[in-house]
Design a protein. Structure first.
Ligand SMILES: Nc1ncnc2c1ncn2[C@@H]1O[C@H](COP(=O)(O)OP(=O)(O)OP(=O)(O)O)[C@@H](O)[C@H]1O
Ligand SMILES: [Mg+2]
Lengths: 294, 252, 299
């Protein structure tokens, strides 16, 4: 005879469900508490920074000890540094990822490379600064310059580019490689004609995220290329340069009597840049997913 | 009749220790269809991939023995594998178009081989598609994605892709296993047409398919080649008891 | 002819790719080399006893790095108290509980936080967080270890959330279904099945998050008050301190190359480097994922 559960048995279940409801509410509240400040910060920065933004603010030289005028040299400097970082880190990072995904055998050396990459990702940014100072500024005698700073930022950016690129390459089905090789293609031909075109969007996502981080860094360029204030734009890679993040640091901590407007305007420009890069990365990523016919 | 391919005492071990082929001896005649039959895991796919050295891409620990194609030792480490692969085409069990257009799928091998002349490429693509009996269906949409084709069309595209290279040998690994009977019949009829010009080795989808299209049959069981003979012999008077059992459906 | 030049290009490219593959090892070795090369002389310039003393006052050649190490530890500890619970809970929410649309909004926001430059957080710290804390907690200054912890928590959270979320997502659905089939609620399943199954990933997330925290420079430099004093008690959390990173960043610009002060700053960098190296080796031990391609050659 099957026992019909007594009505009393329903209550532990009910208890569990109530318990679950409470648990969910608490977790939801905490998660929203984590994310809400991000939105609040964005709104706050836009609200206070927007009035400062004008064509002049973006394109004029700073004046009056940076207390008026614009931030043009900082914008240009960050552009140069980002470009310089891209020039070194993108080819090296992508090639390195190709090696790991397409060539590397499963052995000790490969594991060591992976450990090195994980480690590069974890090195504190200020330690990169020290390293850049020791190697590029002093030892190679590039001086405090865009070149030294870009090289330093490049090495810092490498792990981001390598790991996202490798992931994108590995997402390309192995069968394409086998088919291509069976048709008489060499490994490199297969990579260039099939694997890379299929992973472009994924690779670009990594590049954008990596450069976004590089552009926002201050500590690695402090002693390798950043200038407190320059009355003119740099005109060679061996010149030092102003840069947006360092400029923000300077005007918010080092210059007394700095008008708050200029500070918020500078933050807004920096944050807008980051948001823009993030949006580009998101679009690229969804494109990478959509493109996959396979 | 000449032997296009000679395999002697061939053994192959994967790096996980699986000895997938063991002491295989076989002489495969040119311009005929040879079918490799046998239960799953018998080593048919592994055997096919010897000839274009595609096993180089897999985790193979050791190969022993000799494999001669037109009296050339193709296991020679110094051999130009790229040239070998142009000479020996392969069609896989799933239709696997490259993520390119229909046209590019067929021209891929030619372009890789260095062909730049547009007219020659066009002619090669058209000819290959015709031989695979696909031209009429796709000639108006050559620049669509290859994935816009049906499964059966995709598989014929894969056949065309290997034919474009004008190979001497075509390997087919269960080429119709993902296709419906109509699409299967189309592939089979193409193959029967093609055998005059090509040496074809096929791991058929089932024994009936071997009976329909093969001239010779080799029976593989657990990595050993048990029996090799003409299709009539294998199906009507097999010598080995195990072949007999397999043919009559006692296992596999 | 064409084939030959093609072959040579191919070989060159292959070599280039191989070299690039090894470059990461080269860079780690170079970083190590320069830190040792410029940092080890500190041991000769400054007696060991002085180096590990409690007073950092370079103008008088006092290079005791203990207060700096403790400063870093306090801030990191404080940050972990904030980032670990909030980060892990947020990851659980996004991976297990949130409706899809909400998860799709929350994830990019967290990513955005990861991308915010640390000077921006430092700036907000100076202008918003620190005056707020000063007034609410009635402190003499809002630039304290606690302020640093709060902001560093924000820096660690994205790392913790995204890696934990991945780990949770990778727990096979069958585990959960098995649990539901036994009549266990979703809430219990999360805590008794999913989270334990993902514990390695979550642990990795926490360690990497905290690894980032201890190396963070600009934010702590801007908001912790820059006072290289020995933290005396628990209350030190609410007083100004100075971390190792901030010390390097604020003093390296002004020292003479080759001076004892210069070498000591490199020595501090070396300590930081070795610390993160240790963290990362442990991490790669616990999270050795199999990258091997599962797809067999086409059969
Ligand atoms: N890449 C590989 N690594 C390790 N072992 C393999 C690999 N490929 C095949 N094998 C093993 O080798 C043996 C022969 O496999 P193969 O695919 O050649 O058999 P088959 O006769 O084609 O089988 P099927 O009818 O299922 O296609 C099997 O035991 C298989 O598990
Ligand atoms: Mg097979």
């Amino acid at each position: 005879m099957t026992k019909i559960p007594a009505s009393g048995n329903a209550s532990p279940v009910l208890k569990q469900l109530i318990f679950q409801q409470i648990g969910f509410s608490v977790v939801t509240a905490l998660a929203i508490l984590t994310v809400l400040p991000i939105i609040a910060v964005l709104v706050y920065i836009i609200y206070l920074g927007a009035p400062a933004i004008s064509w002049e603010f973006l394109t004029a030289m700073p004046q009056n000890g940076m207390r008026s005028g614009g931030i043009w040299p900082a914008i240009v400097g960050t552009f140069y540094l980002t470009l310089g970082t891209a020039i070194f880190s993108v080819p090296l990072g992508v090639a390195s990822a190709i090696y790991l995904s397409e060539y590397a055998p499963e052995n000790r050396l490969t594991r060591l490379i992976r450990l090195a990459i994980i480690n590069l990702a974890g090195v504190p940014s200020v330690v990169y600064g020290l390293f850049g100072l020791g190697l590029f500024v002093i030892f190679l005698n590039f001086g405090t310059s865009i070149l030294s700073a870009s090289l330093t930022l490049s090495i810092m950016t490498l792990p981001v580019i390598i790991s996202t690129t490798e992931e994108a390459l590995r997402a390309v089905p192995q069968s394409f490689r086998v088919v291509s090789v069976s048709l008489g293609a060499t490994k490199w031909q297969t990579i260039r004609r099939i694997v890379l075109p299929q992973s472009t969007a994924g690779i670009l996502t990594g590049v954008v995220l990596g450069l976004e981080r590089a552009a926002g860094e201050t500590a690695p360029i402090l002693f390798t290329g950043a200038a407190f204030f320059l009355p003119r734009l740099p005109n060679s890679p061996l010149d030092a340069t102003m840069a947006l993040p360092y400029h923000l640091f300077v005007i918010s901590t080092q210059v007394p009597g700095m008008p708050i407007q200029i500070q918020y305007g500078t933050v807004l420009v920096l944050v807008a840049f980051v948001v823009l890069m993030n949006i580009i990365a998101t679009i690229l990523r969804s494109r990478a997913r959509a493109r996959r016919s396979w | 009749m000449t032997d296009k391919i000679i395999v002697e005492n061939f053994s192959l071990t994967y790096s996980d220790g699986t000895e997938s082929l063991f002491d295989v001896d076989i002489h495969i005649p040119g311009n005929k269809i040879t079918a490799l039959i046998g239960p799953a895991g018998g080593g048919k796919s592994t055997f096919l991939r010897i000839f274009n050295r595609l096993n180089d891409l897999a985790d193979v620990r050791e190969v022993r023995g000799n494999v001669l194609i037109d009296d050339v030792d193709i296991l020679d480490p110094e051999l130009d594998v790229i040239a070998l692969r142009r000479k020996i085409g392969i069609v896989f069990s799933r239709p696997l178009p490259l993520p390119l257009t229909i046209y590019q799928n067929v021209s891929y091998g030619l372009e890789i081989a260095g062909e730049r002349n547009k007219n020659k490429l066009n002619a090669g693509v058209e000819h290959a598609l015709q031989m695979a009996e696909l031209w009429e269906e796709v000639k108006g949409r050559l620049f669509d994605s290859a994935y816009s084709l049906s499964g059966g069309q995709q598989q014929r595209l894969c056949l065309a892709r290997t034919l474009a290279l004008e190979p001497e040998i075509i390997l087919l690994d269960e080429p119709t296993s993902a296709l419906d009977p109509v699409a299967t019949a189309k592939i089979e009829s193409s193959l029967s047409e093609l055998k005059n010009q090509y040496t074809i080795i096929i791991a058929p989808h089932n024994t009936q398919q071997a009976g329909r299209i093969a001239d010779y049959v080799a029976f593989f069981l657990q990595g050993r080649m048990i029996e090799f003979s003409s299709v009539e012999n294998i199906f009507t008077r097999p010598v080995d008891e195990r072949t007999q059992d397999y043919i009559s459906g006692k296992f596999g | 002819m064409a084939a030959k030049s093609q072959k040579i290009t191919g070989a060159l490219i292959t070599k280039g790719i191989q070299f690039s593959g090894f470059s990461s090892i080269l860079f780690v070795l170079l970083i190590m080399f320069f830190l040792f090369y410029q940092g080890i002389p500190a041991l000769f310039d400054v007696p060991l006893g002085d180096l590990f003393s409690q007073r950092w006052y370079p103008i008088e050649s006092l290079y005791g790095i203990v207060p700096l190490i403790l400063g870093s530890l306090i801030v990191t500890l404080g940050a972990s108290l904030i980032a670990v619970p909030f980060g892990v809970i947020t990851a659980i929410y996004i991976a297990e509980i949130a409706p899809r649309w909400l998860a799709e909004i929350m994830k990019p926001l967290v990513e955005l936080l990861a991308g915010l430059p640390s000077v921006v957080l430092g700036f907000l710290g100076i202008l918003i967080v620190s005056p707020f804390l000063r007034d609410v907690l009635n402190l003499p200054t809002g630039l304290t270890a606690f302020t640093g912890s709060l902001l560093l928590g924000g820096i660690a959270i994205p790392t913790i959330v995204s890696i934990s979320e991945d780990a949770l997502k990778n727990v096979p659905v069958s585990y959960r279904q098995g649990s539901y089939a036994l009549g266990v609620t979703q809430w219990q399943t999360i805590w008794s099945v999913t989270v334990p199954a993902a514990r390695r990933g979550i642990l990795t997330a926490i360690m990497l998050g905290l690894g980032r925290t201890i190396g963070e420079t600009m934010t702590v430099m801007m908001v912790t008050g820059n006072a290289p004093v020995m933290p005396a008690s628990f209350m030190a959390l609410f007083m100004p301190i100075r971390t190792m990173t901030a010390t390097i960043a604020s003093e390296m610009g002004e020292v003479a190359g080759g001076s004892p002060h210069y070498h000591v700053l490199f020595f501090i960098g070396l300590i930081l480097f070795l610390f993160t190296l240790a963290v990362n080796i442990v991490v790669s031990r616990i999270s050795t994922q199999q990258l091997k391609r599962s797809e067999r050659i086409l059969s």
